[in-house]
Design a protein around this ligand. Structure first.
Ligand code: 4AD
Ligand code: MG
Length: 468
C-alpha cells in the first residue's frame, strides 16, 4: 500500500522512486496524443504537482477529457522533473476520477475579476490568489497566539452577546427573540429573551479589562460586529479583532507592544508564507500592468517596516502637519476635528511614508473608557496608521480614576446600572492598564497588499450583503 501524501510534503521530501497517492483538484490540463499533463493542487501549499499521464493508462481517454476544477485521486511514482519550474513530478499509474466538472465550471484559468470572484465566494478559495490569501490569514492567526502566549498573555474568549455599547458609537446589531409583531408594536425588551436589550458585541475589551485584573494580561481573538453603514473597501459588518489587555501597563508600553506585534506578524508571514507572498507580489505586478499604474513591490515596503521603529506623533502635531500641508482635504483639520480616513492616509502615505502612531486625541473623538490627560481635553489614545490601509490598530490607556470614569459616563448619558461591574474593577484593586484592538482583516490587507477588505475574509458581510 502506498501512503497518501499532501502535495506540500511530496514537494518537500522529494523521495525519488517512491510511490505515493495524492488527492486534489486539477488546475490545468495539457493534452497530446501520446501523453498528457495535469497540474494538481490540494490546498496544502501554493505550489502544484505536475502529473505525467502516459497513453497506456487504462482510462487515458476519460482522464484527458477532464476539465479544470475536477477532483481526482492519483497514485504514481515520484520522478525527477524534466521540465523547469519544479524538481519533482509524478508519473501516474492510476487516476481515479472523484468528480468531473461539467462544462460550465465558473472559474477558468484566465484572470477573473475580484468582483466576480466575490460572487463566487464558495469557489474562489480554489484559485491561486485566494489560496495564498487564506493561507497567509491562517499563519497570521497562529502567529498571534504565538506572540501573545510567549509574552504571557492568556487567550480569553469574550462573549459575543452583550448589553454594553462599549465603543459608544451606537452601531450595534440587536439580538432578539421577540416575534415580528411584538417588534412592530414597539418592542418591550423586558419581555425579551434576556430581559433587556441585547446586542452582538462591538469589542471584547471590557471583558479583557476584567480578566487582566486577575490573570495580569489577556488577549481576545474573536468576531466583532458593527452596524455602521460604511460601504467602503476597509469596513466589514462582521470582522475579527485581536484585543490584548494588560494590568500595570501605560500607553508607552502599549505602543511598543502594538508595533512589536505588527512586526511579528510581518516576520511570520515572511518566514512561513514565502511562496504565498511571492504569488501575491506577482498578482499585484500583473494588476498594475493591466491598469497601467506604477507598481510598488509591497514586500519591499514590509521588509523595511519590520526593521524600523514606528514613528509617534501627537494628534495636535498631526493636525498641524495636515493644516500646513497645502493639500486640499474634504474635511477640516482644526484641533478637535475628527481625524478622517483622508487625513490618516495623507499622514502615513504622503507625509511620513511609513507606519505612524498618533496619540492623545481630543476626548470627544474617542470612547468613554480612555484615560483623560491632565489638560482635561485629550485622552491617552493611540491609533496605528499604515500606508495603503490607514488605521490598523486603535488602543488606549484606560481610565483608572473611578470618579473621572463615572463623571465621563454621566457626560455621555450612558446607562450606569449596566456598568457597575466595570466600576468595581476600579474599586477593588484597580491598576493603570492599557490595551489595543488590531483589526485582523486590516492586518491581512496590509500584509497581502489586497486593496479590498472583502477579499481577505472567507465570507464578507457588508451592508446589503450577507451571502452564503
Ligand atoms: O478603533 P476600534 O473601534 O477600537 C476598539 O474597538 C477598542 N475596543 C480596541 C481596544 O482598545 N481593545 O477598533 C479597533 C480596530 C480598528 O483599528 C480597525 O483596524 C478595526 O478594529 N475595525 C474594523 N475592521 C473592519 N471593519 C470595521 N467596520 C472595523 N471597525 C474597526
Ligand atoms: Mg478606532
Amino acid at each position: 500500500m502506498q501512503s497518501r501524501k499532501l502535495i506540500v510534503d511530496v514537494l518537500a521530501q522529494k523521495e525519488i522512486g517512491s510511490t505515493v497517492e495524492v488527492k486534489g483538484w486539477i488546475r490545468s490540463v495539457r493534452n497530446s496524443k501520446a501523453f498528457a499533463f495535469f497540474v494538481l493542487n490540494d490546498g496544502s501549499c501554493q505550489k502544484t504537482l505536475q502529473i505525467v499521464i502516459d497513453a497506456d493508462l487504462p482510462n487515458f481517454t476519460e482522464v484527458t477529457k477532464l476539465l479544470i476544477g475536477s477532483a481526482v485521486r492519483v497514485i504514481g511514482k515520484i520522478v525527477e522533473s524534466q521540465g523547469k519550474g519544479q524538481d519533482v513530478e509524478m508519473q501516474a499509474s492510476t487516476i481515479e476520477i472523484v468528480s468531473a466538472t461539467p462544462e460550465d465550471y465558473p472559474l477558468q484559468k484566465k484572470a477573473t475579476s475580484l468582483e466576480f470572484l466575490r460572487e463566487q465566494s464558495h469557489l474562489r478559495v480554489r484559485t491561486n490568489l485566494f489560496g495564498a490569501i487564506f493561507r497567509v490569514r491562517h499563519q497570521l492567526a497562529m502567529a498571534t497566539h504565538e506572540f501573545f502566549s510567549s509574552k504571557k498573555f492568556f487567550y480569553l474568549n469574550s462573549p459575543i452577546l452583550t448589553t454594553v455599547d462599549a465603543e459608544g458609537a451606537g452601531e450595534m446589531f440587536t439580538v432578539t427573540s421577540l416575534k415580528p409583531h411584538e417588534l412592530k408594536a414597539g418592542p418591550d425588551f423586558t419581555k425579551d429573551y434576556f430581559g433587556k436589550q441585547t446586542h452582538l458585541t462591538v469589542t471584547g475589551q471590557l471583558a479583557g479589562e476584567c480578566f487582566a485584573h486577575g490573570l495580569g494580561a489577556v488577549y481576545t481573538f474573536g468576531p466583532t460586529f458593527r452596524a455602521e453603514n460604511s460601504n467602503t473597501a476597509r469596513h466589514l459588518s462582521e470582522f475579527w479583532m485581536i484585543e490584548p489587555e494588560k494590568a500595570f501597563m501605560d500607553l508607552e508600553e502599549d505602543a511598543i507592544l502594538a508595533s512589536d506585534y505588527v512586526k511579528y506578524l510581518i516576520n511570520s508571514a515572511f518566514k512561513h508564507c514565502s511562496d504565498e507572498l511571492e504569488a501575491l507580489r506577482g498578482y499585484h505586478e500583473f494588476q498594475a500592468k493591466q491598469e497601467k499604474q506604477p507598481f510598488t513591490n509591497h514586500l519591499e515596503v514590509l521588509d523595511a517596516v519590520r526593521n524600523s521603529e514606528f514613528l509617534q506623533v501627537s494628534y495636535t502635531e498631526a493636525m498641524q502637519i495636515l493644516s500646513k500641508s497645502g493639500h486640499k482635504f474634504e474635511f477640516p483639520t482644526n484641533w478637535g476635528d475628527e481625524m478622517q480616513t483622508e487625513h490618516e492616509r495623507y499622514l502615513t502615505e504622503v507625509h511620513f511614508k511609513q507606519p505612524v502612531i498618533v496619540k492623545d486625541y481630543p476626548k470627544h473623538c474617542k470612547a468613554f473608557y480612555m484615560k483623560q490627560n491632565e489638560d482635561g481635553k485629550s485622552v491617552r489614545a493611540m491609533d496605528v496608521l499604515v500606508p495603503g490601509v490607514g488605521e490598523i490598530i486603535g488602543g488606549s490607556q484606560r481610565e483608572d480614576d473611578l470618579d473621572r470614569l463615572i463623571q465621563r459616563t454621566r457626560e455621555l448619558q450612558m446607562n450606569e446600572t449596566h456598568l457597575q461591574w466595570y466600576f468595581d474593577l476600579r474599586r477593588f484593586g484597580g491598576t493603570p492598564h492599557a490595551g489595543f484592538g488590531l483589526g485582523f482583516e486590516r492586518a491581512i490587507m496590509y500584509i497581502t497588499g489586497m486593496k479590498n477588505i472583502r477579499d481577505v475574509i472567507p465570507f464578507p458581510r457588508t451592508p446589503n450583503s450577507c451571502e452564503f
